[in-house]
Design a protein around this ligand. Sequence first.
Ligand code: IFL
Length: 462
Amino acid sequence: MIRSLHRRHALSLMGGTAAALAIPLAAQGRSEDWAALAADVKAEFKWSWDHYVARAWGKDEINPVSGGQQHFFIEGHDLGLSLVEALDTLWLMELDDEFQAGVDWVKANLDFDVDGDIQVFEANIRLVGGLLSAHLCSGDPVLLAKAKELADRLMKAFDASPHGLPYRYVNLRTGAVRDPETNLAEIGTYIAEFGVLSRLTGDARYHDAARRAMLHTLNMRSDLGLMAANIHAETGQFISRNASIDVYADSFYEYLWDAWELFGDEQLKRAAQECCAAMVAHQGKRYDGRLWFPMVDYETGAVTGTSQTVLGGYLAGLLGQVGMKAEGDDFLATYTAMQERYVIIPESIDVTTAGPRTKRTGLRPEYADACLNLWLGDRDDRYRALAAIHWRNMKATSKAAYGYTSLTDITTRPMTQGDNCPGYWWSEQMKYYWLLFAEPKRVDLGQLVLSTEANVLRGLRT
Ligand code: IFL
């Protein structure tokens, strides 16, 4: 009874016949044809890529409804963001001609000598990470050289801070920095890319800079084991009292674990486990029986905010990775309930009512990310079935004339489409679905390590 209510609600939200796709065969008691699902994901990726090539080649992002394009990093200047983000996904899907065309564009056109300010965190996870994973796929030394060149420019943001906490923005040409008021995610999401770069170049500076910034803040944990999410790059002090698992903080925690996976860093492994245990003990709260992690005061544990974003879904997977699978499953169940209720998980949710705080969403990958990380732990098909729902719901609501788009209103019927495909779509959810549904030949899933942007940093079969 409850299930059929959910299903009817889901169908009416999406509108139209495509909605029928949302009910997974697994939920109907029939087994999924995973190979067919994988083929569908690949076909949609290729279809989207062809539109990007035709309408936005070398531009940062395509506008899939109008067929236009937009900048991401620097006004008036493109850095081929979507193309770079797509590279290792193309390679994993064995779309080799498309991969090579992208690599050729990078070699001929990608130039970082630009008099413009770039967001250091985004440039690292999207561009340094994208170039590094494409280098690992192909062995092409030019891709490594490009990654190093960009990282060298970003390093100015670390060097300018007395504590080694990077400023938020750096001018690519002059190295001038700005915006010292920053946060855990933006000071602590480097060790995966910078560590791999150090390993590949033999220059330890990148790895050391990334690790130093993480240790600075880990040393400021409260007696509860929590950190505030906001910090000042010049004073080195917290500038808020809010501990957050999602916005302002999320990937910091992922990178503690990645440092262990990639580099055998025992100290950061311990820190990952301690931070997750502190979150569960002091931030995990139940509302209407569901587990949420609202913001709390990092010293007292008192709740300071009642929003949770869709981005917080990553934590379900991370909890599984660090050895807290029951808690990870519990938190995934919360987002699964949101997926059942809203079809597309709202960008921000009021945890006290489970109501949406915003109507728009950014075509987000975190739920599929969590399904992949939990599935890699025990290969239970139920995670694949949940990701299949996520995939079908996205296809039913976000597919537009020239690609996949963010939504401006998930409460209308049908949902209202925006006109932007974020760069991470090319690197994240399509790769998560592919890894979950295909039996990918070009990666050893037992060795797989993905960055926060899903760039493959270990496990490739070349
Ligand atoms: O860029 C993406 C990445 O996963 C991240 N933060 C948010 C983006 C996707 O929602 O670290």
